[in-house]
Design a protein around this ligand. Structure first.
Ligand code: PLP
Length: 456
């Protein structure tokens, strides 16, 4: 619907939206009562809504607009590719230049010998691919009974049947009889909420050892893979204690199971490295990618696979798997241009050396707020634990209420910050400046004050 004199008919858009559009992860009744927010344009880290308000996007859309909004080069790359070859598939022994160039580039930036890419349209689809891929791999290795995938509670790996099953979100499993068979979950390494009297290091090791215990319980001969996000994003930016990943890595090395790092959020600069695995020294067999791969300008995801794993798949004949939009040429061209900008403009180096340390220092000041029990951050992703009692690391009685109120106050004040229960989470575009960080912190503090006042 076109604006008249730069003004959008907000109420009309909201009514039509309510009549015909089912939203992902939205409470329809609450949204109808208030009217959906209508975002009409964006630039840098700033959104504009249909009323002309400017809002600082502290979530980079859905953790994805890493290079910021409004980059003409990506629009140009899409337009160029659409004119030249808007679609062709890579099924049946065919390829095209954007798929070739993107695959070679991903092989170059991915750590170790991760050098083959299988494309999907999203992170969820890529994780569905991973389920099929690791089972097919073990089958080809002559061990078809190795089928079970171990994942973690409160993880998020997508919304397809496979992705939601790998995820450990109880509310999602309750809708539709998930998880699908042969997927099991161990506990998450969330020290603040679940660490009790253990030190973070003791707790990290204990939670990692649950993987070993689960492998023993199921029998090593039945386990195909372990999947985890380097830092759980949608679960509430759960940053594992330093002891966690080395112990997980040891277990995966010693036991015969594949390690899948879901880099959908952590990838493409979010932690100040190309991949979160590099931040933690993880050596995965497969990485799931999406979101920051194209900075959200085009829907694209994929799996980057270790050469030795890919060789087994390739040697076993045809892999009966693929999506119409696997390696879509326009999405691939846009992703390639996005990666060029991330690298050539030094955006990731700047996050690691400048923006993230600055942000971490400012973010830490929010821990002085009376309602904040912990302010944690790695790279440019962070969380605040809201609590009625800091010393006891206590939870609020009606979990999620104060978080929701605070999120609504943030939006009213011109800041997008998401809530997960009573955690406030942040993941701004990687191009955010010091001044914008200062503004973000001011708006967050003000919104915390207002959220706390409403909670009383
Ligand atoms: N994996 C992780 C870690 C995610 O955070 C997400 C989405 O938030 C997904 C997978 C699913 O990706 P998509 O929404 O592109 O299907």
């Amino acid at each position: 619907m076109a604006p008249k004199d730069n003004h959008y008919p907000t109420a009309e858009l909201q009514a039509l939206d309510a009549a015909h559009h089912i939203h992902p992860f939205s409470d329809s009744a609450a949204m109808r009562a208030r009217g959906a927010r209508v975002i009409t344009q964006a630039d840098g880290v700033w959104l504009t809504d249909s009323e002309g308000n400017r809002i600082l996007d502290g979530m980079a859309g859905l953790w994805c607009v890493n290079i910021g909004y409004g980059r003409e080069e990506l629009a140009e790359a899409a337009a160029r590719q659409m004119r030249q070859l808007p679609f062709y598939n890579t099924f049946f022994m065919t390829t095209h230049p954007p798929a070739v160039a993107l695959s070679a580039k991903l092989a170059e930036i991915a750590p170790g010998d991760l050098n083959r890419v299988f494309y999907a349209g999203s992170g969820s689809e890529a994780n569905d691919t991973n389920i099929r891929l690791v089972r097919h791999y073990w089958h080809a290795m002559g061990k078809p009974e190795k089928r079970t995938i171990i994942a973690r509670k409160n993880a998020y790996h997508g919304s397809t049947m496979g992705g939601a099953s790998l995820g450990g979100m109880g509310a999602m499993h309750a809708q539709g009889g998930l998880p699908i068979p042969d997927i099991v979950h161990i506990d998450q390494p969330h020290w603040w909420a679940e660490g009790d009297d253990l030190s973070p290091e003791e707790f990290g090791r204990a939670r990692a050892r649950q993987l070993e215990e689960m492998i023993d319980r199921l029998g090593e001969g039945t386990v195909a893979a372990f999947i985890a996000e380097p830092i759980q994003g949608a679960g509430g930016v759960i940053i594992p204690p330093e002891s966690y990943w080395p112990e997980i890595s040891r277990i995966c090395r010693e036991r015969e199971i594949l390690l899948i790092a879901d880099e959908v959020i952590c990838g493409f600069g979010r932690t100040g490295h190309w991949f979160g695995s590099q931040h933690f020294g993880i050596d995965p067999d497969i990485m799931t990618i999406a979101k920051g791969l194209s900075s959200g300008y085009q829907p694209i995801g994929g799996s980057i696979i270790r050469e030795s794993v890919a060789e087994v798949i390739e040697a076993s004949g045809e892999f009966f798997h693929g999506y119409t939009y696997s390696s879509h040429p326009v999405a691939a061209a846009v992703a390639l241009e996005n990666i060029r900008i991330l690298g050539e403009e030094g955006i990731i180096d700047r996050v690691r050396e400048d923006t993230a340390p600055y942000m971490a220092q400012k973010w830490a000041t929010l821990a002085e707020h009376p309602m904040v029990g912990e302010a944690r951050m790695v790279g440019l992703m962070g969380a605040l634990e809201l609590t009625p009692d800091k010393a006891a690391r206590a939870a609020f009685a009606n979990e999620g209420t104060v978080g929701l109120m605070t999120r609504e106050r943030c939006f009213a004040n011109g800041l997008v910050m998401r809530h997960v229960g009573d955690k406030m989470i942040i993941s701004p575009p990687l191009v955010i400046t010091h001044e914008e960080i200062d503004r973000l912190i001011e708006l967050a503090w003000q919104s915390l004050d207002e959220g706390m006042a409403q909670a009383k």
